[in-house]
Design a protein around this ligand. Structure first.
Ligand SMILES: COC[C@@H]1[C@H](c2ccc(C#Cc3ccccc3)cc2)[C@@H]2CN(C(=O)Nc3ccc(OC4CC4)cc3)C[C@@H](O)[C@@H](O)CN12
Length: 307
């Protein structure tokens, strides 16, 4: 039946086959939520219900100062080499760190000097790395290699806050966003991935408390029976790799990494010696690939082409 048949009246003499009301409709190319966004929403829900505040992660480009130096990562560390980190050629360098809003009352010159001192000469009881710390190196621009750069920026601001009791208020921050590593690409690794990171700042925090919190946090994702293995990060001491036995895969798998941020990082920011900060991280891609049975990480990118 066409518009023309109706207009000319020819429909009156035409023969039509009977309607098949049982016929299925045409394939509707309906949209669907991206698996990464579905897993991201699950993590965000868990963070929010556990009292975490989401960090602003809309800065992919960071200075070496925020991405490495404030985290007590020495300027000779291999993670800072070209084969691990994407450096930006234009602009050539970042501005020196400064307050970016009127309510930011931190003295960035003092912070800069503290970071330089703790690397170069040691400070706060640490012997430091004892090398000539370079301000120019610190101002080189990189694609952030981890969201811990933002965690450091948020913790630095927290150190200036005071609660009604006159002390720095406890805080819980999280972020889930893209990070960039100049790594060789394979079926499970791309030059970028989404890092999930949480930090908890408070007094009387212990390593046992971190393990207990990890059990609860990952338990909410159905990841149980965690095992902890001593590890090393320049910015956390002690550090632990987190493992879990995955029944589906029939093996122990690495779930993430965690630790207590070092005093060289926290006291440089102005935190008192009794303030501790938990940090932990994992990727969004790994749980998503396992949950949705995706074997090649490229399936998480771009259009899914039906072959
Ligand atoms: C360069 O690779 C880094 C990435 C990524 C990672 C590792 C560490 C951190 C961190 C951190 C940190 C530590 C201390 C303080 C602050 C942040 C963040 C991301 C994953 C971390 N990993 C990872 O996600 N593994 C994982 C996580 C969940 C999961 O769920 C399954 C349903 C059951 C399965 C696996 C471990 C490995 O995949 C590892 O090979 C790759 N890691």
């Amino acid at each position: 039946l066409t518009a023309d048949m109706i207009a000319t009246g020819s429909w009156k003499t035409a023969t039509f086959k009977p309607y098949n009301f049982k016929a299925s409709g045409a394939d509707q190319r309906a949209g669907a939520l991206h698996p990464l966004n579905k897993v991201r929403a699950e993590f965000r829900q868990i963070f929010f219900e556990m009292g975490f505040e989401e960090m602003p992660t809309d800065k992919f480009v960071e200075s070496g100062f925020w991405n490495f130096d404030v985290l007590f990562v020495p300027q000779q560390h291999p993670a800072r080499d070209l084969q691990d980190t994407f450096y930006i050629s234009d602009p050539e360098s970042a501005d020196v760190p400064r307050a970016t809003s009127s309510e930011d009352t931190k003295d960035y010159a003092v912070y800069w000097d503290n970071v330089k001192a703790v690397h170069q000469d040691g400070k706060y009881g640490s012997i430091g790395y004892r090398y000539p710390w370079s301000g120019d190196e610190s101002l080189r621009l990189v694609l952030r290699t981890h969201t811990t750069a933002i965690s450091a920026n948020m913790l630095h601001k927290l150190a200036a806050k005071r609660g009604p009791d006159g002390y720095i208020p406890p805080a819980r921050y999280f972020s889930i966003d893209r990070v960039f590593r100049n790594e060789s690409v394979d079926a499970t690794h791309l030059a970028e991935f989404h890092q999930v990171e949480g930090v908890i700042a408070d007094t009387n925090l212990t390593l046992g408390g971190l393990m207990e919190f990890m059990d609860i946090f990952f338990g909410k994702m159905g990841i149980t029976d965690l095992k902890y293995k001593p590890a090393y990060n320049p910015y956390t001491e002690p550090s632990m790799e987190i493992f879990s036995y995955h029944k589906g895969l029939g093996k122990l798998i690495e779930i993430g990494n965690s630790g207590m941020f070092r005093p060289e990082m926290l006291e440089s920011m102005g935190f008192p010696k009794d303030m501790r900060v938990y940090g932990w991280g994992l990727s969004l891609e790994r749980p998503t690939m396992i949950k949705y049975g995706i074997s090649n990480i490229r399936e998480l990118l771009g259009h899914k082409v039906d072959l």
